[in-house]
Design a protein around this ligand. Sequence first.
Ligand SMILES: *Cc1c(COP(=O)(O)O)cnc(C)c1O
Length: 437
Amino acid sequence: MDTTVIADQKSKDEFENYKKQSKWKDYHWQLKHSIKDINTFEKLTGIKFKNREKDLLEKVTAKFPLSITPYYLSLIDVENYQYDPIFLQSFPRGEEMTKTSCDMADPLDEDKDSPVPNITHRYPDRVLFLVSNTCSMYCRHCTRKRRVGDVDSIPTREEIKVGLEYIKNNSQIRDVLLSGGDPLMLSDDYLDWILSELKKIPHVEVIRIGTRVPAVLPFRITRELVDMLKKHHPIWLNTHFNHPREITKDSREALRKLADAGIPLGNQSVLLARVNDCPRIMKRLVHKLVQNRVRPYYLYQCDLSEGLSHFRTPVGKGMEIIESLIGHTSGFAVPHYVIDAPGGGGKIPIMPNYVISWSTHKVILRNYEGVITTYREPDHYKTIFCDNDCESCNLQLNLNGDSDEYKAIGIEKLLSDYDKTISLVPDENDRMERREE
Ligand SMILES: *Cc1c(COP(=O)(O)O)cnc(C)c1O
């Protein structure tokens, strides 16, 4: 970027005074003082943009709004801001206006897979429930960028009830993911109400919360909040740290409170060019996460949402990172690297190949060091042909009266013995159409 830093002592002093305020750790104060325009950003950081550049930035924020908490802003290294991962994730760039041929408004078809407003039902046994349309910080790499700043609103109880009703009426849903926006932008009472309503539904076994609050507004994790959350166990929480610099004393404190409340913590990172596209940075990040009782869960390949092209890396970069982690560090510190399939196919795990070859009685594998090894298959394995009659099977699956017929789908169906399907054929296959004629 073509900018010049002018050390503007007066405004930076103003920011230093901010930080000394007794209210700094009050999350209401943080939200009220969120930075939402370029001028305030310049004033508080002492960074000055040239007029031409500022015009472009204003255009970008008119399309994709800006919002940064004072806390997150305070983590920016003003002297080296152009390469700063905090700056890059929170501050707009002209490139966001670039529309490339692969960009899509809703690449994951979340809107198409939505049976009722605010619900995305993509997988058989779990749903995404968007309970908030607002965030404390607007990530520049947001996959739901199309919606950012639409209306910073919280769905009404009536609107939430429509989603609850859908979950109630679909007994296969055992896992509900609260997302948004950020669900922790709701008041404790409102969230308490949603969680209580979900807990009343007998088939809902677990509830998950997806939130970036521990990274961008750690003061939101209050004693009162965690005391409320732990009433509704099992609650799982996934947060979103992308760079080790985001793990500060304040965010560690937030994570400690959540973990002490017995909430299993996971982390979903996005692979972002110039932010964390480096094996050493990612290794540092996952190590810091597990030290704070957070298990790295997913590493996402950057989605094809509009305005994100400058953040995308080749898939090979993710492979390289995963290659540098598997075997080299603790197994529980390695996230699943996934591509969320454009068109709504869901998350697809990808990883380097470890199986090199195969015969009827040997599997040839390689490990992280490049050692090639042989696993000898058993000489005597009595093949079990499964007829899907679990009631009369000798294996001890305790059905507890729940004898719903088990139906395999997809590749699992091809592997099963009881389903006679031998191939899955795409629609509009010419060869199949000729057969029908
Ligand atoms: C990610 C996602 C889920 C949850 O997937 P898990 O792999 O179980 O974490 C559920 N629904 C939608 C639409 C999702 O995008």
